[in-house]
Design a protein around this ligand. Sequence first.
Ligand SMILES: CC(C)(COP(=O)(O)OP(=O)(O)OC[C@H]1O[C@@H](n2cnc3c(N)ncnc32)[C@H](O)[C@@H]1OP(=O)(O)O)[C@@H](O)C(=O)NCCC(=O)NCCS
Length: 210
Amino acid sequence: MEAQEESGSVDLKATRSLMDTFIPPLEYHYDTFTLRAYRPGDGAALQHTVNASYEHLRQWMIWAKPNQSLEESEAICRRFAGQYHLNQGFTLGIWRGDALVGGTGYHLPKQGLEHGNAEIGMWIAAHEAGRGLGTRTLRALLDWGFSEWPWQRLFWRCDTRNLASAHTAQKAGMIREGTFRSDGIHVDGTRRDTHLFARLRTEYTPQPPH
Ligand SMILES: CC(C)(COP(=O)(O)OP(=O)(O)OC[C@H]1O[C@@H](n2cnc3c(N)ncnc32)[C@H](O)[C@@H]1OP(=O)(O)O)[C@@H](O)C(=O)NCCC(=O)NCCS
């Protein structure tokens, strides 16, 4: 990453080698919550929160289902943990103590880690939604992502009808770059338009709250 900042160009081979050995940070403490990688044993918390939030999530999250079992939830947490340590994707829980209040993460596009691009995804537990947690979580991900992580570009995509998601991106300081027409499929099977928001390392000054 230093080589890129100094010269303005990227030695992809050198960067790839660096990324083979990249050790991702595991947690980040923000104001009232902690972002942290999932661990074996987190399944019960995930099961509790996604099941309690099903009606809130089902409109936008393709993976939401009414009664997720403990076994499924534990397997999901273990898969997330494995991917994290293999640098294949960085899914994070949003925690208040032992309570899971949402999920987020830096997700890799097909290009891979060496390109410095990641998509931020997010869901907030039903009982916490609409109270500012999504915006603060996204700010935390930008602050952390441009300080302790090697990201050069962080982006956010949402269905144009998902007003809460689009407002969250804008409030957290992401810039809308455009709208792709009919480029995705909504959970109900209809085609959807997608807003693209992004923020670049070169234009961002991390401002952690503490
Ligand atoms: C989208 C989501 C992550 C936002 O998190 P949140 O904690 O609810 O959002 P915040 O409370 O920080 O609110 C951010 C902005 O969105 C607005 N907002 C929240 N819910 C809204 C809704 N249902 N309709 C319109 N605007 C809404 C808020 O008012 C606020 O904007 P404002 O201060 O200008 O009024 C959350 O609502 C969620 O989990 N939704 C279901 C899953 C999802 O859609 N994930 C995103 C996929 S791209």
